[in-house]
Design a protein around this ligand. Sequence first.
Ligand SMILES: Cc1cc2nc3c(=O)[nH]c(=O)nc-3n(C[C@H](O)[C@H](O)[C@H](O)COP(=O)(O)OP(=O)(O)OC[C@H]3O[C@@H](n4cnc5c(N)ncnc54)[C@H](O)[C@@H]3O)c2cc1C
Ligand code: FES
Length: 265
Amino acid sequence: MKLLLQDLEAEVLASHQLGQDVYLLRLHAPLIAEAAQPGQFVHVRCSETFDPLLRRPLSIHDAGNEGELTLLYQVKGRGTAWLARQQSGQKINILGPRGRGFTLPQNKRLALVAGGMGMVPLLFLARRALEAGNEVDFFYGARDREQLYQLETLKAMQVNLFLATDDGSAGFQGPVTKLWEKYIPERSYDRGYACGPRPALAAFACLAGRASLPAEVSLEERMACGLGACRGCVTALQDPSGNKYYENVCTGGPVFDAVAVYWED
Ligand SMILES: Cc1cc2nc3c(=O)[nH]c(=O)nc-3n(C[C@H](O)[C@H](O)[C@H](O)COP(=O)(O)OP(=O)(O)OC[C@H]3O[C@@H](n4cnc5c(N)ncnc54)[C@H](O)[C@@H]3O)c2cc1C
Ligand code: FES
């Protein structure tokens, strides 16, 4: 993985509102776009001042296309609300690419399992995985069909797309991990990947473990420095003997082997 860290002013190319509080932000950031690996994130200064002081981590949703970097985010608080007000032509300070991304094999059959906004880094992974000759089954679950974002983009890619919603308004009714479970025996996957809420990740890890499938998950923790200095983002992991230890999500992750995560916390 290329190690490059850029702190730069990225120009907003466009900001599209995809849902009530969900935005797709297209930035011109060639140095970061060129170095970005699926699963990595950028640390975004969500202010023209130092208030809020801390940057906000956002996964890289897509990168390439002549220096373009795409982010997809949900407005949660002050930082993301500021971001949603930015318009084309404005400059945003971003730091990245940060973190350890996903392992990308070649010519294998892969299962990507996304819960809600967990779809964000998996779309970039799917694109790079297809380029590397892999077959990609993309399982995508959300509360209802309105919260399944980027469906047209996913359909235009050569992924096998499987949808799940809690209310049954699109695809399978129920958790996306339940849908994935049905396909594990017949699809003989070589590797699995997941991103989403922690309970969904724990269910995914359990299913992958039962199928002896190598699997990776992307974890979220609140972050301060994003550089490995403050220890504000630690998560509990376990070694092969089951001994618990702690690792920074911003530098050791956000992607971890599913078996290494201490799920009981
Ligand atoms: C590696 C990484 C990648 C991420 N990628 C994305 C992404 O691609 N798209 C996206 O929409 N969000 C993503 N997030 C979450 C995003 O960073 C937070 O939603 C954002 O920091 C909230 O900032 P705010 O100022 O708007 O809200 P704040 O005012 O800081 O917080 C508002 C609410 O959100 C909660 N919150 C804040 N940060 C997190 C977090 N990291 N995990 C769980 N809850 C949190 C707070 O507890 C609070 O309840 C990612 C987080 C991490 C760690
Ligand atoms: S956010 Fe500071 S060490 Fe990870």
